[in-house]
Design a protein around this ligand. Sequence first.
Ligand SMILES: [Zn+2]
Length: 463
Amino acid sequence: MSGSDSVPVEEIAERVRALMPQVRADLEGLTRIPSISLSAYDQATVRASAEATAELLRAEGLSVEIVSEGGRPAVIGHIDGPPGAPTVMLYAHHDVQPTGEESDWDSPPFEPVERDGRLYGRGAADDKAGIMAHVAALRAHAGRLPVGVTVFVEGEEEIGSDSLPTILERHGERLRADAIVLADSMNWAIGEPALTTTLRGMIRVVVTVSTLDHGVHSGMFGGAVPDALMALVRVLAGLHDDAGDLAVEGLRSGHAADLEFSEERLRAESGLLDGVGTIGSDSLLSRLWTKPAATVIGIDAPTVETASNTLVPTARAKVSVRLAPDEDDLHAFERVKEHLVRQAPWGARVEVELEERGLGFAADADGPVYDAARRAFEDAWGRAPVDIGVGGSIPFVAAFAERFPDAAILVTGVEDPDTRAHGANESLHLGEFERVCVAEAILLARLGELAATGAGTERPERR
Ligand SMILES: [Zn+2]
């Protein structure tokens, strides 16, 4: 830590530590609300979690509004900082994923409980702990906030943030900020903080292959007439080369940061069976974070149980393609479509439809805001954060980057490799959570300093 540092790091950390029992109690309160945003579930619970979130922000002196723009309720709160100080927007989401089979959980998903230093419950990490990290940072600076703060807590992240573009369009002016902290990602390991600087984009396509205008007897015609399922299998097989690299040409591809990530860790985290190899070339992290990848995620065909001796006339598959962080999703769709159509054997008809798309994200991870964040993380963890990528796509990050091109975007998070977000037994590591809260509180102070010393911004003296 630099000697000229005027941010009282230890004092802020102490304040946050003293706040943690109440922060945790409030986190448990939020976790008890089963705010599953998927339509099949009671949406009154999502409204209730929006209201509970709004209440927590009001208690910190923010002016708060709950907005819905055709989707689930989002919470927007704001509190001014000192004159001349920058404004920081803090994002999290208050909706959660369904629980899956409750019998797969070791304790009821909406009754948070601590075991071995972790707090178990659906949403205990993703992303109600993100909300509470923001609240903790506000509480740590109660009455003397070093920056203006806008909190934006979305209510439909888990179902794809469909109304987010409309919210950003209609309420964008209120959300405008110099720095944006999106707390919905992860750290690299327990005790090893990370900033997520790249996310892959994605497209999802449906491939339909047809060879016949109706099903016919496989004994009468098999051997001369191709069935659609066999043709589909060949089309899908053409997605990869023999090494398992994506065979589609014209797609972008990058290299991930050189971090230690062993095949053993990949095997353990993914559940890869003994004897089954990995696919693709380049480092594992490049394959997971910065190169394109395709997976067949569903096939419509007769089931084995009910199959009859019939040549299948039409079959279809759903293919999910992850894209390099800087790839254009529509360009990628055209390349993938062209490639799949070209694989058609025997003149089989192949149609490819775009079902969903989302841009990736590649942060401009330099500059004063990133410097402030790296120092704040180092203050909280005692070691500098690593830059990580995430192989998955978080469409809202691209939405913010597009809407606020001048803001520095920090993707932070409370998760660790054992969190199991979206799975059974989701949990939050409480020790890491405290460091996340400390880091965010220090970050606000460091961003406040930035305005005082940077770019000639005048700021009046205050206590
Ligand atoms: Zn999340």
